[in-house]
Design a protein around this ligand. Structure first.
Ligand SMILES: C[S@@+](CC[C@H](N)C(=O)[O-])C[C@H]1O[C@@H](n2cnc3c(N)ncnc32)[C@H](O)[C@@H]1O
Length: 200
């Protein structure tokens, strides 16, 4: 899918609230320490750049053809060595023969995992769980079955029981369910979203 309209609609946006809340959780637990982060489905890279600016090492991943230029744009040379941008699909990561995701302190997947093919979602989720270091955080969103985007091809949804199963064994720090009419870059939309922060 071409996400150009989405990126254009979101130009100049701030970091997303669930991301900001995850960093607060991290600082509450670890103070000023930084570590390795993965931004899965990083899109325009706002969160990746915020992490790099805060001192993190970041692996930003997205299937979009222009992801490297999009994410690296504006990153100071001095910080560039801590940012790796990889163009890859979730489906490639799930089926990669080897370590698809390095050991990490933070996996952030902002409004991206629902666009992973349902056939490989469980494998990708297993890889996300495996790469989290002890105390590492997962933050991101999953879509519920009432979400209008559920009708799009290759969009996966999870009901609350599914989400709780996926999070079993993690410490759930935030699980907010949103089920409301609103808007998206594509026009009026019903949102059904789980905003998640969990710790390994
Ligand atoms: C709704 S955007 C979210 C982007 C960003 N995280 C944000 O919060 O603005 C979804 C992103 O996921 C990426 N994406 C969608 N399907 C993907 C897939 N199968 N593999 C990898 N990336 C994918 C898109 O290219 C897009 O950048």
């Amino acid at each position: 899918m071409d996400w150009s309209d989405f990126y254009a609609d979101q130009a100049g946006r701030a970091v997303r609230p669930t991301f900001a809340a995850a960093l607060v959780r991290w600082r509450d637990a670890r103070g000023p320490a930084t570590g390795q982060a993965i931004d899965l489905g990083c899109g325009d890279g706002v969160e990746s750049r915020a992490l790099v600016a805060a001192g993190w090492r970041v692996l930003a991943i997205d299937a979009d053809a222009r992801v490297v230029e999009r994410v690296t744009d504006g990153v100071p040379d001095a910080d560039r060595a801590r940012l790796t941008v990889r163009r890859a699909s979730f489906e490639e990561l799930a089926s990669f023969d080897g370590e698809a995701l390095p050991a990490t302190d933070l996996v952030y997947a902002g409004f991206s995992l629902p666009f992973c093919s349902g056939d490989v979602f469980e494998m990708l989720w297993a890889r996300i769980r495996q790469c989290l270091l002890p105390g590492g955080l997962f933050a991101g969103q999953l879509f519920g079955p009432h979400d209008d985007f559920a009708a799009w091809p290759d969009v996966n949804t999870h009901d609350r029981a599914d989400v709780e199963r996926l999070l079993h064994g993690l410490t759930v720090l935030q699980l907010d369910e949103e089920d409301r009419d609103g808007r998206s870059f594509a026009g009026p939309k019903h949102w059904h979203v789980f905003h998640i922060i969990a710790s390994a």
